[in-house]
Write a protein that binds this ligand. Sequence first.
Ligand SMILES: *[C@@H]1O[C@H](CO)[C@@H](O)[C@H](O)[C@H]1NC(C)=O
Ligand SMILES: *[C@@H]1O[C@H](CO)[C@@H](O)[C@H](O)[C@H]1NC(C)=O
Ligand SMILES: *[C@@H]1O[C@H](CO)[C@@H](O)[C@H](O)[C@H]1NC(C)=O
Ligand SMILES: *[C@@H]1O[C@H](CO)[C@@H](O)[C@H](O)[C@H]1NC(C)=O
Ligand SMILES: *[C@@H]1O[C@H](CO)[C@@H](O)[C@H](O)[C@H]1NC(C)=O
Length: 954
Amino acid sequence: MGPKARGMPLKWLWFIVLEFSLLSLVEMYGFRHCTQYKFNIHHVLCVRKNITNLKESIHDLPEYVTHLNLTHNQIQTVPSRSFVNLSNLVDLRLEWNFIWDLGPEAFQGLKNLTLLNLVENKLQSINSSFEGLSSLKTLLLSHNQISWIQENAFVPLINLQYLNLSRNAITTFSNVLAAVQHLPCLEVLDLTYNTIASLDCNPTTLVSLTKLILMKNKLVDLDFSTLSLPNLTTLDVSQNALQNVHLDTLPQVKRLNLSQTCLEVEKLDAKHLQNLIELDLSGITPLPNTKHVNLSAVCHLLQNLPRIETLFFQKNGIDSENIKHLANCTMLVSLDLSHNKDLVHLCNSEFSDMPSLERLDLNSCMLSLVSNMTWDSLQNLTVLDLSRNRLKTFPDFAFAPLRRLQSLSLSRNPITELNNLSFYRLHELKELNLAGCWIVAIDSYSFSQFLSLENLNLRENNLRTLKKNTFLFLKNLQVLTLSYNRLATIEKSAFSGLPKLYKLDLAYNILSDFHPGMFLGLEGLEVLDLSFNKITYETLKSLQPPPFKDLQTLKRLNLEGQINGIQVVPINFFQGLGSLQELLLGKNSKVFLDHLQLDQLPNLTRLDISGTKAGNRGLYLNISLFQKLKQLKSLQLENNNLDSLAPEMFFGLEGLQIFSLRFNNLKIINQNLLQNLKSLMYFDVYGNKLECTCDNGWFKNWSVSTPTVHIPYLGSFQCQQPNTQSLLVGFDTSICNFDTGKICFFCSFSLVLATMVCSWFGTKMISSMRYGIYMFKSLYLAKWHRTEREFVYDAFVSFNAADEEWVYKELVPALEKVGQPTFKLCLHHRDFELGVDIFENIQNAINTSRKTLCIVSNNYLQSEWCRLEVQLASLQMFYDYQDVIILIFLEEIPNYRLSSYHRLRKLVKRQTFITWPEDFQERPLFWARIRNALGNKTVREENARLILTDPLGD
Ligand SMILES: *[C@@H]1O[C@H](CO)[C@@H](O)[C@H](O)[C@H]1NC(C)=O
Ligand SMILES: *[C@@H]1O[C@H](CO)[C@@H](O)[C@H](O)[C@H]1NC(C)=O
Ligand SMILES: *[C@@H]1O[C@H](CO)[C@@H](O)[C@H](O)[C@H]1NC(C)=O
Ligand SMILES: *[C@@H]1O[C@H](CO)[C@@H](O)[C@H](O)[C@H]1NC(C)=O
Ligand SMILES: *[C@@H]1O[C@H](CO)[C@@H](O)[C@H](O)[C@H]1NC(C)=O
């Protein structure tokens, strides 16, 4: 085989590779206006993206999308065949747009679509736009301006079950009917809030219709004589000015809503309502010249409805005598008497003739007294709603007759304390709602009667303390809500005796610390919400004992939004939470996780530290923080103003699928960042400041060619350089195939050389020459020194004389004297050897110090010495392959001032700089960060170890 023949396949291979890379460019996995939903790639969201051109905005979506959400945009028209490439769509949301025009066959091709939402648009008429929607079950057209529907518009919708046309401008019922009679499966037709005045129409039958809603129209006469609705069971004609009702053709109706109509009850003929189970007569007209409703007529009607079970009788101004009257004429199962403002006292056996009652609503009345006499015969009552009344206290045994009661709501009453005798015998109660009362204190006797209680809601009260054993008797409690109180203290064993408690909500209180043993006894707790309290720590010091050590079954912990930020998370804070899966730490203004606190959470799958908004100053994460989180699937660091990230931080996250850095200030996505994230599926960097520079060349190429990782809105990322409109995906990376770092170094190095040579004959000849020589010498020396070097100092401090005061007043005391460990610093004036050349001194200082601390200020940048020091330290870095420079910014330095320092700029882009905070409160955090950057091992410790080991070694 000749060389020529061997060359051919290679060439083809090359073509294939080229072809493939072009293909993957086309299949870019990230769209311009849309994003896949994190947890399901078949769901796509294009919400609030100012989309005007529908077709253009969805042209890049893959065919497999099943759910598409286009709400809150500015779409005006849906052109013909807009979705032909999305034939798998099942659910399409187009609500909250400005759509006035649906093109013919607009939805052609959507054979599997079952839901179409066009709510809140500007449609005025419906034409033949629904061609092809043969699977559609739900069509939502409410909140438009529809006044006319073409007769054949709905013909293609052979499976439609639910049609909502509420809040439109429909006046003629016959027009709607002509269109909907073509819907063989229609079950529910909602025409709420139109202007239909009569039901005149040609004789029509809607066989499948079961529910018709005509609420809030202009109906005066209700006459169904020309309309045949054989399966209609629910009819709502509420809020019409009805005067005449003819329901003789609808004998099968079971549920009838006549609330807020002007109907005189005596006009209703019970003969035609023999199947009625549920009747709503709320807010019906009172008798002429009185403010009372005609109760006798109501009673007469009810007496003749053999199957009636449920009566809604709200807003009818009835009093306790009326209730007796009503109770005497029927056997109800459910009675709603809410909003009857004449109900003040109920304690005279009002319900004694209703022994069958199972559900009673008395909310929003004016009740100030109830007693056991109120319900003495209601043995079957299971649900009682007394919320929003004026009940302050209850007499002893007030609820004793209600032996079967399962749900009791007393929320929003001015109750200040709980008398356990009032609740005597409520042994069956499962749910007790006391939200929004004025309860000041509770103890174990408050709840001693509720042996079956599963859900206790004490939200929005005035509780300040929880004492020991408060809930001791609630052996079956599963959910306890204590949010929005003023809890500052929770004593030891406050929750003991709650073995079945699954969820505990303590959000929005003022808890600032944890009493030892406060969570004792919560053996089954899975969800704990401590968000928006005052939990704050200033040091890493271990807590004795660790606060959550008794919560071994906890799966979800919410610590978001602590009032001053959670700040420094103590080393053992999460100890004992071996089952924890979800940890929420976001919305804290400051979060400092400087150690390996998360190592105690081996089962963590979701971590969210979003919304600190404080930038690198307020959010600090140790570089090894995530190393043990092998189960982590979702990591959210959104909305944090982060400028940079240390890639090494994420190396351990092999199981990570969802990684969101949305809304930060990242300019560069480092290649190493995603290096070990083998399971990544979703990488969100939307809302950052990505630059189209060679530093991002890798990211650009990778993002457009990796079909396994979705990058939300990738197609919309704009280059963040000034004066450019170009997109990151359009950035040409072919110019970037060099190691720019090295080039820049050699450029600056040759520049120094050139300067030296040029100024050889200049005025600065001697100094420049020495500068060059030392650069040269150090390069050589550094190379030579590279392997073994002994450190004398922990850090060499490079600063300008103008900042001397800060160094001696703040830095030196903080690092050399206060706190543990202490560090040994090298400062020129103090530690430089006298008589030795200054260059040599600097060189020595850098070489014998573990790190170099550069105190950067505007003065510093002007000084030649400082420039040299940075260069020398950079050189050390260049040969040691490790970061030795720590930059401390004493003031804001405009970006352009940094531009002549290539290294400095590069460092600034990474996370290795720390800014001196003006705010006194932030300083402990500042020093903690400096200490962390200097490392835990100090020269002193190292020397101590040497001294210890040396004699043994010999
Ligand atoms: C949409 O337009 C408004 C006003 O023109 C603007 O404030 C907003 O940022 C835009 N939103 C997007 C996602 O472009
Ligand atoms: C569509 O997006 C809107 C706005 O974010 C949201 O309220 C709605 O729940 C979404 N609908 C679906 C079905 O995802
Ligand atoms: C429609 O759904 C069925 C199953 O529900 C599926 O088999 C079919 O492929 C889908 N058709 C289209 C065109 O997506
Ligand atoms: C509706 O009523 C008709 C008879 O009037 C009956 O044949 C049909 O099964 C009923 N149900 C539905 C869902 O159409
Ligand atoms: C209850 O009805 C009976 C007859 O049905 C009547 O004798 C009695 O007076 C009524 N009681 C009340 C309180 O209306």
